[in-house]
Design a protein around this ligand. Structure first.
Ligand SMILES: *Cc1c(COP(=O)(O)O)cnc(C)c1O
Length: 361
């Protein structure tokens, strides 16, 4: 069976076809166990081996140092917006937040419920098409941590650099660009990501946290929101999202087979650059983001003639290019081209865009 459509959904998003085929082959009987992974006890030896392999492969892919814990959680990135201040305030009254768009603002609003939150710089003035230059950030060296969003999924703004912050722990929401390129984990206090963009199915949230930051939760923090408890129980304090964990593990193996994150970065860069080039060389399409911070993962674009949008989406769907509608806050289109989007999908989109322009331009 070939890939039925090219799915440009922002999330839940496309998964590698080979991974879905493997899951299908193993659905009823995982490796001779006679059981589906969905039916296994999370404490049984079969699932424990699946869980351990997934963590080991994730650590290999991201080159995670030994003094970091990897936690397999639920609740999405939204839960992290609260868990981070609850766990990382560590008796400090204030935390720094960078405002680069809709997701960083959401994190800021939730953080405010637990801490005195300071927005240290904002790109709101540019309608979130830029990243405020590092030199303009009004940082507090006493802050509990500095939070930023490495890829703003809605408007397509991505960091290709890591802020040089040594005095306070750096905390990053990587929900939509984790595993897209190699990063130096040792520069961070905490990295978090919901799985459903660039990892696996919805229901799993990954946290990578430096061990020395654990163990100082705010009074009254629910056990389910305490990183330390997950760290001590290998994320099995309660029943984890076993099937999402397993499927993410298959994605990690697939990524290793592709050559790891160096190889993925090359492919992702090539996919993104050709799509931006198609947009930039046409007066018919437009992307407003500063070329220095355009996302490799989410590419929003508008049509010069807004009234053609519906026709664009309908005709794209007829040639199996689906879920291209932009976020309601931005309008227009958005092509999410995560790791699992084959390069042929991007090529097919570019071909369609050229043909649509020739007919309607
Ligand atoms: C999708 C997304 C979120 C929200 O994720 P949930 O898992 O739905 O809570 C947060 N941050 C970023 C950058 C996202 O892309």
């Amino acid at each position: 069976m070939k890939q039925p459509v090219f799915n440009f959904s922002p999330g839940p998003a496309v998964l590698p076809h080979a991974v879905l085929e493997q899951a299908q082959a193993e659905l009823l009987d995982w490796q001779g166990s006679g059981m589906s992974v969905m039916e296994m006890s999370h404490r049984g030896k079969e699932f424990m081996s699946i869980a351990a392999q997934a963590e080991a492969d994730f650590r290999t892919l991201m080159a995670i140092p030994n003094n970091y814990k990897v936690l397999f959680l639920q609740g999405g990135a939204h839960s992290q917006f609260a868990m981070i201040p609850m766990n990382l305030a560590r008796g400090k009254p204030q935390a720094d937040y960078l405002d680069t768009g809709d997701w960083s603002l959401k994190a800021t609003e939730e953080g405010q419920r637990y801490l005195d939150v300071k927005v240290i710089a904002s790109s709101a003035d540019s309608n979130y098409t830029t990243i405020p230059p590092f030199a303009s950030w009004q940082r507090n060296p006493q802050a509990a941590y500095l939070h930023y969003t490495s890829n703003e999924t809605i408007r397509g703004v991505e960091f290709d650099w890591i802020p040089e912050v040594e005095d306070v722990p750096l905390v990053v929401d990587m929900s939509s660009d984790i595993l897209a390129r190699p990063i130096d984990v040792s520069r961070f206090g905490l990295i978090y990501a919901g799985a459903q963009k660039n990892i696996g199915p919805a229901g799993l949230t990954l946290v990578i946290v430096r061990e020395d930051l654990l163990g100082q939760v705010l009074d009254g923090t629910p056990s389910m929101f305490n990183y330390q408890i997950y760290a001590e129980t290998e994320s099995m304090y309660n029943t984890p999202p076993t099937y999402a964990w397993y499927l993410s593990g298959l994605v990690f193996q697939w990524l290793l087979k592709q050559g790891g994150l160096d190889a993925m970065a090359k492919i992702n860069q090539r996919k993104a650059e050709k799509l931006y080039a198609a947009i930039d060389t046409s007066d018919f399409y437009n992307n407003p983001v500063d070329p220095d911070c355009r996302s490799w993962m989410n590419v929003p674009f508008t049509l010069a003639n807004e009234s053609l949008e519906k026709r664009f989406l309908d005709e794209a769907a007829q040639v199996s290019l689906v879920t291209l509608k932009g976020h309601r806050l931005v309008g227009g289109m958005r092509a999410s081209i995560y790791n699992a989007m084959p390069e042929e999908g991007v090529d097919a989109l570019i071909t369609f865009m050229r043909e649509f322009e020739a007919k309607n331009g």
